[in-house]
Design a protein around this ligand. Structure first.
Ligand code: BGC
Length: 928
């Protein structure tokens, strides 16, 4: 009887959930990468994420242990670093401070975290490996094939070159402990060991200016090699190294830009094999390798596509024993001029696969594949045919009519893959050295009608994590978000490309000044942009001048303020969103050089007016096929745009200087800023009619946003913006330089409702107009459906302006506290526009998941919030008294984790720690 009672009591207590609070440490990263074998930083930055079921969890201390082997770490023998117990809340970007790390060093690590709740926990074990830290570590030689063959077309619009296949066999006689491969294959490589691909990245390595920087990748290949005979095979594609176009240094007649090409593809490969007996051996590229260009990839070119002849396949060429007698000895190639470095940013991967929406026969005897989504990558085919049948795939973003592709906007990019069948059952194939921006594919050369199962769209882009999600009650907002999501991922290829389909695909600095910030709410783009800042740094001229396209595959050096200002503005985004303190510090000298160069070379009367692009791409009204407006009433003086951006950069420079304790520099930038501000107002402000320049929205918005307008004129200047917005029927009417601030400008000055109206328009010009006209991505032109094809990408993110920032910071109310960085403090202050019933948004910050789910229920607001451990939030609740607010059904004042901060007649500000919260606010006066 007693026993029964105890059992029942036990079961009862168990089911009542008297659970121990859980605490975990997860997502351990080193320099932002998990278990990465290519770390080059000698004091890498370690980060971890805390998960806890208790509210208001804060880290009070950590201890990091780093060991040279897993066994030692299991024994808590930290022979590389024992940080000791450090009393701090720092849990991200903690610098390794142990024994100096050497090339190839393997580091196993774990971290223990203590919290304010008195509990503590160890993480699981993670590891990283150091890359090659000294140039002399390289024993490998650059190899390749230094000639053209028949069928190659060296110079022209569509340069052709067959892929190079290189191979080498190596016998391993001892037991293998571990092996790491270090590879740079330029332009692009795929590496195979004993018939299996190394890693699952594609289109490797990342893109750089090879005269300046040469990336290599590190892969753990312990499982690929074996005792006995081994074979290594590498295929080299052209990428940007053997450029897609070559006009011998003359400008491309089509674009007017000079384009860079570096020569024949080449390979540098070194495999370090560590044996169980402690000895080490290297297998590396040298003159003993064999090469052929007579393999199946007959041509490969990022603009034009890949040509593959399956009848030329050589089976098992990457396994031991293959007869390579017809192959040639490799040529030793010159090393590229750039400095070799281990690539820290993510490589490209196949991130998603799509089944076609429809496959149908055209009236021309071809078949059309409609992916239902404008995407970037390639089409994998799965087809039967006779040996020698040629399947041709032509890619396009849009259709002229149901039977005809619209390819005019691809300009000279042929965007065509061909596959010659070998006639052996079902053949599966996709290209490896090209990619296309497409929704539609026309298939030529099929003898039997295909079905959707015969094709698969493979979506390829940088292997960055998706960290943000957004849905709301407004379908237009949701579809714009989806289109933005697709557009951003479509253009991440180690550089942020402008477009993925036409004969351009380069990274224009101006396009990303602000959109990089909006993108950072959806993707962890921290390493991509940190890498791009490095690319910009090495592209800077001796005198400080910066180009407009980086890497400089197109040479566009025409000094202007706005485009290169990305070099100052993006590091601020990285600091704010990702707590990246390293990037602005590293680039500070280069930024300062550029600021001074522009000032010394171009300033007159305290203004830097040097401009080229103006307020790029204002929607035209003067004709449906016009690309941008030339209407002087609608365009803004480029000098005004330049001078105001220069001022904004001065304010950022002042801040960067202060953050580094460089008081003299800070004062210097501040003084210059004051001079610019007064010169700007003198020159551009019309004190009689209270507007700037020619009274466009951009002319008024930039000085207003950058804090250049005298306090007494601010309302009047904002009213000018309202008047213009009304004149254009509450539609977006700026170019990209104004659009970077427009949604926030309207909201910050008291008109979030108007921002909402502009954001949800469906008529021209608007993001909704694109959707009404079938867009599944964001267009380059507001009139993309009718605009001239000369510059008319359907997958171009720049027109997003600050829209995504506005989605998160204003609609969802998820914003990094300006007083802190990386969402350690979150400001949650959503707007609740009339007509919008709910928003469900999440954002995975470096501290962990933040959620804001709000819903209007008549006069009540229900708002569910999640804040990750080791972060806090200041939350604005729309009530004039805390009595109107409950959390989890409990009156606000009775919830211990909630601290009242402030209140006025519109809002109650509270501070919360980590955890899930469920707020209900009664009697909300929406729209007040
Ligand atoms: C690019 C733009 C860029 C512009 C500047 C275009 O071809 O696609 O995004 O800003 O050129 O001239």
């Amino acid at each position: 009887m007693r026993l029964q009672f105890i059992v029942i009591l036990f079961l009862f207590v168990g089911s009542c959930g008297l659970k121990q609070p859980s605490l975990e440490v997860v997502s351990l990263t080193v320099e932002g990468r998990e278990n990465f074998p290519g770390i080059e930083e000698k004091q890498p930055l370690l980060s971890w994420e805390i998960r806890s079921s208790s509210r208001a969890t804060e880290q009070t201390a950590y201890q990091v242990l780093v060991s040279s082997s897993g066994e030692k770490l299991a024994d808590n023998q930290a022979d590389l670093w024992d940080s000791g117990k450090i009393n701090t809340d720092s849990s991200i970007h903690v610098a390794y401070k142990g024994v100096a790390l050497e090339s190839y060093q393997r580091c196993y690590w774990k971290v223990r975290v203590w919290t304010n709740h008195g509990d503590s926990v160890w993480s699981a074990v993670h590891h990283w490996q150091m890359a090659m830290l000294h140039p002399e570590d390289w024993k490998a030689q650059w190899i390749g094939l230094d000639t053209f063959s028949a069928g190659d077309r060296p110079y022209d619009q569509d340069t052709r070159l067959a892929a190079r296949y290189l191979r080498k066999e190596a016998t391993i006689e001892k037991e293998i402990q571990a092996a790491t491969a270090y590879i740079s294959g330029l332009g692009l490589y795929e590496c195979y060991i004993n018939g299996e691909k190394v890693g699952n990245d594609v289109l490797t390595p990342t893109l750089t200016d090879y005269d300046k920087r040469v990336p290599y990748n590190a892969y753990d290949v312990t499982d690929r090699l074996k005792k006995g005979a081994n074979a290594i095979g590498v295929i080299l594609g052209n990428g940007r190294f053997f450029g897609m176009r070559d006009f011998h240094g003359n400008p491309n007649p089509m674009t007017g830009s000079r384009q860079v090409t570096y020569g024949f593809p080449r390979l540098l490969l070194q495999i370090r094999v560590e044996y169980r007996d402690g000895s080490v051996e290297y297998i590396h590229s040298d003159g003993s390798w064999k090469v052929t260009d007579q393999g199946p990839i007959r041509a490969n070119n990022e603009y034009d596509g890949e040509e593959y002849d399956a009848t030329l396949e050589f089976a098992e060429w990457d396994t031991p024993g293959f007869d390579d007698r017809t192959w040639k000895a490799v040529d030793l190639m010159d090393a590229p001029k750039g400095v070799l470095y281990s690539q820290p940013n993510e490589n490209i991967k196949i991130k998603e696969t799509l089944v076609p929406k429809e496959v149908y026969a055209t009236n021309r005897g071809t078949y059309m594949v409609d992916m239902g989504q404008n995407m970037v990558g390639w089409l994998k085919i799965n087809l039967k045919g006779n040996a020698g049948d040629t399947i041709k795939l032509v890619f396009a973003e849009r259709m002229k009519n149901r039977d005809t592709l619209y390819t005019e906007n691809l300009r000279y990019a042929r965007a065509t893959d061909t596959y010659v069948m070998k006639g052996e059952g079902t053949e599966q194939w996709h290209p490896i050295f090209t990619y296309h921006g497409f929704r539609y594919v026309e298939v030529f050369g099929l003898s039997t009608p295909p079905t959707v199962a015969d094709f698969e769209g493979q979506v390829v882009y940088d292997d960055v994590q998706t960290i943000g999600d957004f849905t709301s009650s407004n379908e237009t907002l949701n579809q714009i978000f989806k289109n933005a999501y697709w557009t951003i991922r479509s253009n991440y290829r180690g550089i942020p490309t402008d477009c993925p389909q036409r004969d351009e695909r380069v990274a224009w600095l101006g396009d990303r000044i602000m959109s990089s910030y909006g993108e950072s709410f959806i993707f962890d783009n921290s390493r991509l942009y940190a890498k791009w800042m490095d690319d910009i740094q090495v592209a800077q001229n001796e005198n400080g001048s910066l180009p407009d396209v980086v890497p400089a595959y197109w040479i566009v050096h025409n000094d202007n303020v706005t485009y290169p200002s990305a070099y100052i503005i993006i590091p601020e985004m990285l600091r704010k969103q990702f707590a990246d303190e390293a990037t602005y510090r590293k680039h500070y000298p280069g930024m300062k050089k550029w600021m001074n160069y522009m000032w010394d070379t171009y300033s007159t009367d305290d203004l830097v007016l040097k401009d080229v692009y103006g307020d790029w791409c204002v929607a035209p009204e003067e004709g449906t096929d016009v690309i941008w407006t030339n209407d002087p009433k609608r365009t803004t003086d480029g000098g005004l745009v330049a001078a105001s951006y220069y001022y904004y950069c001065l304010t950022l420079m002042k801040n960067f200087a202060s953050l580094q304790g460089m008081d003299e520099d800070a004062a210097y930038f501040d003084t210059r800023a004051q001079r610019v501000r007064s010169a700007f107002n003198k020159r551009f402000f019309h004190s009689d009619s209270l507007y700037y320049g020619n009274n466009t929205t951009t002319a008024n918005l930039l000085p207003l946003t950058f804090g250049m307008v005298e306090a007494e004129n601010r309302d009047a200047v904002f009213n000018r913006i309202l008047e213009k917005t009304a004149e254009y029927g509450n539609h977006i009417h700026t170019g990209i330089m104004g659009a970077m601030w427009y949604m926030r400008g309207l909201s910050d000055h008291g008109r979030p409702d108007l921002a909402y109206t502009v954001a949800t328009q469906k008529t021209y010009p608007s993001w909704g107009y694109m959707i009404e006209n079938g867009a599944t991505t964001i267009w380059e032109l507001w009139n993309g459906n009718t605009g001239h094809p000369l510059m008319n990408s359907w997958n171009h993110q720049m027109l997003l302006g600050d829209l995504l920032i506005w989605y998160y910071e204003y609609l969802a109310g998820i914003k990094s506290d300006p007083g802190q960085t990386g969402f350690k403090g979150v400001v949650m202050h959503p707007i609740f526009p009339e007509g919008l019933e709910y928003v469900n948004a999440s954002y995975r910050s470096i501290y962990g998941m933040i959620k804001s789910h709000w819903r209007k229920e008549n006069q009540t607001l229900r708002w569910q919030i999640t804040i990750p451990p080791n972060a806090t939030a200041r939350v604005s609740l729309p009530a004039n008294t805390e009595k109107a607010i409950k959390e989890g059904g409990v009156p606000l004042g009775e919830v211990p984790e909630i601290r009242l901060l402030d209140k006025d007649d519109r809002q109650v500000w509270v501070e919360i720690g980590s955890g899930d919260y469920d707020f209900v606010v009664a009697d909300v006066k929406w729209g007040e």
